[in-house]
Design a protein around this ligand. Sequence first.
Ligand SMILES: *Cc1c(COP(=O)(O)O)cnc(C)c1O
Length: 404
Amino acid sequence: MGKEQYMDRAEHALYKIYNRFPVVFDRGEGVYLYDTDGTEYLDFGAGIAVMALGYGCREFQEAVKDQVDKLCHTSNLFYNAPSIGAAEKLLKVSGMDKVFFTNSGTEAVEGALKVAKRHAFNKGMGQDYEIIAMKHSFHGRSLGSLSVTGNDHYQEPFAPLIPGIRFAEFNNLNSVKALFSEKTCGVIMETIQGEGGIYPASEEFLKGVRSLCDEHDALLILDEIQCGMGRSGSMFAWQEYGVKPDVMTVAKALGNGLPIGAFLACKGAAKVMEPGDHGTTYGGNPLVCAAADKVLELFEEKNLVAHVQEIGQYLWEELEALAGRLDCVAAHRGKGLMQGLELSMPVGPVVKTALLEEHLVLISAGSQVIRFVPPLVIEKEDVDEMIVRLERAVKSVVRSVAEA
Ligand SMILES: *Cc1c(COP(=O)(O)O)cnc(C)c1O
């Protein structure tokens, strides 16, 4: 079946929520995707920071297939072995004390927010509590996670959202301090803002927020859904800062394409929830946990975090060099394999031209930033190839803007 036919059927059948690019992906291998016509695309988006191991990772596929043949689902009324293995590995690499598996990132955030609310409830704050979140943040689309997502455009059609949320400026400690009171039961933020434009927290800011939380007995929730799982060049981005959250969220790369997320808690925060406070039918089922268990095993076996440090440095240097050759680059930010190039023009046309003319998959972060979140297994030659294609795409767009 041709691409046009697929697109036509999709537009008839699927709820029109996304503006999609005219590409129908069919299969993947390594860092490359192939569409239904067999065209090859270099992928620097990784399904939005999901496909950490790349496509077609044989060991991962075998582990998932074995589990499909054995048992996909039982429910959380019983124990299952893959969830125990995945949980233990996650605790080992994070230093947290307890894990709860979810089906997505937004659900991990929901769980984390419930921990903060339960913490307030246990302290006798009743419903008169507040949670501080950051402007330009992104935590998901469910009503709870949307409530802490600092984006008016996303929030407005769905207001009123959950009450008691106050928004501070990311990397502005005084703005957080100004919102703190005896009502504050938690602060939620991304360690590196993703969707908002690739902004890493400054060390001073994260340490300062940690101290404010300690002073006020509030929980620090770090959302590592995008920046976690090795992407920043550490297993979790916060591990570079000398602070530790009370609660953290993961998802995206955890299942390498299978839908799984988790919230993790430590110390007192690992004890505030009680049986019956939360639950999920699919969350932590044997299939997705076998996938996550294998992902965590392969991270260690392949020494992926060290690889990200090396390739991330190389990507940094090559993007710096590219920025030097192009007049339209306004800024370059990020860590490891989570980097952003801010342009002095909208990036939409660049992303589209890269995809359709250069067969390079890139994603944006807001309207002015190109976001680089490739599979963590990329090599230097993939970076070189990406730079060649990106440079041609940018020049093509600049040329057509000049001609218009
Ligand atoms: C993607 C993302 C989410 C939401 O995850 P979903 O799996 O799409 O629900 C939450 N927080 C951050 C930082 C993300 O990047």
